[in-house]
Design a protein around this ligand. Structure first.
Ligand code: ADP
Length: 212
């Protein structure tokens, strides 16, 4: 895996990939950053990713996956991505700092665009404004929410509560105090203090959490 840009996002991503057993080549034009991650990542290199020759020298064209983690330098992000696209790297992820930036990356052939600041801002908005303990929007208008089991479903088999039809959500997983999450079934009887993960349309997930 090639990670270009070892700023806050790129370095966290590179280190997480390492813990998952990936071999990571981390590249940055800032030698101080490269030095800082030299011990942690499989390989590191100081180079300018907008330099076609430099990219070829490190064998960028041979990677099947690359992440362009340059957000705040728009021109560098676009140039780097376009070089990787030209080289035929099959899976390119690009970090964008705005929707417009994301659209440009997509237009030049970036396969996956992520908007970490934007997405995290939206996610935190759901946490600070309601009773959700965690929240992930899987795609437009479909979310997973983590919340305490509301009174309405406590002491009854999930299959008998009718929450799917009455609230439009499905209880996917449940966690009892001091235990791990496990799959919820129609026979599961939530107890007071249990934590549930529910799936459904964004508004339905929100409303369900508000029952608490
Ligand atoms: P973050 O917000 O995650 O810290 P930044 O966008 O600020 O991300 O950081 C981008 C990183 O990409 C910086 O470490 C910067 O040195 C690096 N970078 C920017 N342009 C290039 C380039 N042309 N070649 C290599 N690395 C670059």
């Amino acid at each position: 895996m090639l990670v270009i840009g070892l700023g806050r996002f790129g370095s966290s991503l590179a280190m997480e990939l390492m813990t998952h057993g990936w071999e990571v080549l981390g590249l940055d034009s800032n030698p101080r950053l490269v030095q800082a991650y030299a011990e942690t990542l499989t390989h590191t290199v100081t180079a300018d990713s907008t330099d076609d020759e430099a990219l070829r020298q490190i064998g960028a064209n041979e990677f099947t996956r690359a992440v362009v983690a340059i957000g705040s330098h728009l021109e560098e992000s676009i140039l780097t991505t376009s070089l990787l696209v030209d080289m035929g790297v099959p899976h390119i992820w690009g970090k964008a700092i705005s929707r417009r930036h994301g659209r440009i990356l997509q237009q030049i052939g970036c396969h996956h665009v992520v908007l970490p600041e934007h997405d995290m801002g939206e996610r935190v908005a759901h946490l600070v404004s309601g009773r959700m303990l965690d929240y992930v929007e899987i795609e437009q208008d479909f979310a997973l929410g983590k919340t305490r089991a509301p009174r309405e479903i406590i002491g009854r088999k999930l299959g008998e509560t009718g929450v799917r039809s009455s609230h439009g959500i499905t209880v996917v997983c449940i966690k009892r105090h001091g235990e791990q999450f496990t799959y919820a079934t129609a026979e599961t009887v939530p107890k007071k203090g249990d934590i549930v993960i529910v799936a459904g349309r964004t508004n339905d997930v929100e409303r369900f959490a508000e029952l608490n």
